[in-house]
Write a protein that binds this ligand. Structure first.
Ligand code: AMP
Length: 133
């Protein structure tokens, strides 16, 4: 007989175990809603952030469903590498390689994550402020 989950356990099971395949980013990946796509491969998609915090603000999103940094496993190594290489490609293409840029990944509520599909912010086009928190 399966044990009856209490409410808190059920919520944890839902959020941490079941795949979250219906975030706004999944809908963008499936082309169900529009976005400004800067780059796309079999593994990643890059879109312009709808609320830019810098002159250049893109989101580098893996197509594989992963809730956050915390869900990354060893077998995802090539995906994470491609995300980083994509940032370098964007830096080259947009002229940010020399001056530099900032990459940010937020994890869960206290990390500031609001969309629960892994993504990396790429900010460029101005000198970033020093603060992080
Ligand atoms: P985070 O707070 O790290 O989860 O970042 C989520 C980011 O997604 C925020 O910077 C939002 O502005 C951005 N965002 C939310 N919805 C969209 C959308 N439809 N198109 C592009 N960016 C979005």
């Amino acid at each position: 007989m399966p044990s009856v989950l209490n409410c808190a356990e059920g919520i944890v099971l839902y959020y941490r175990v079941l795949p979250m395949s219906d975030t706004i980013f999944h809908k963008i990946i499936r082309k169900e809603i529009p976005a400004t796509i800067e780059y796309e491969s079999e593994t990643v998609i890059v879109i312009r952030d709808i609320n830019p915090q810098a002159p250049f603000h893109c989101l580098i999103i893996p197509k594989k469903t992963m809730r956050s940094i915390y869900d990354i496993t060893e077998e995802d190594g090539s995906i994470i590498l491609e995300m980083m290489q994509t940032a370098n490609r964007l830096a080259d293409e947009n002229g940010f390689a020399k001056d530099g840029f900032r990459l940010v990944m937020n994890c869960e509520e206290w990390g500031g994550q609001t969309v629960f599909q892994l993504h990396m912010h790429m900010l460029a086009g101005k000198k970033m402020s020093g603060g992080f928190a």
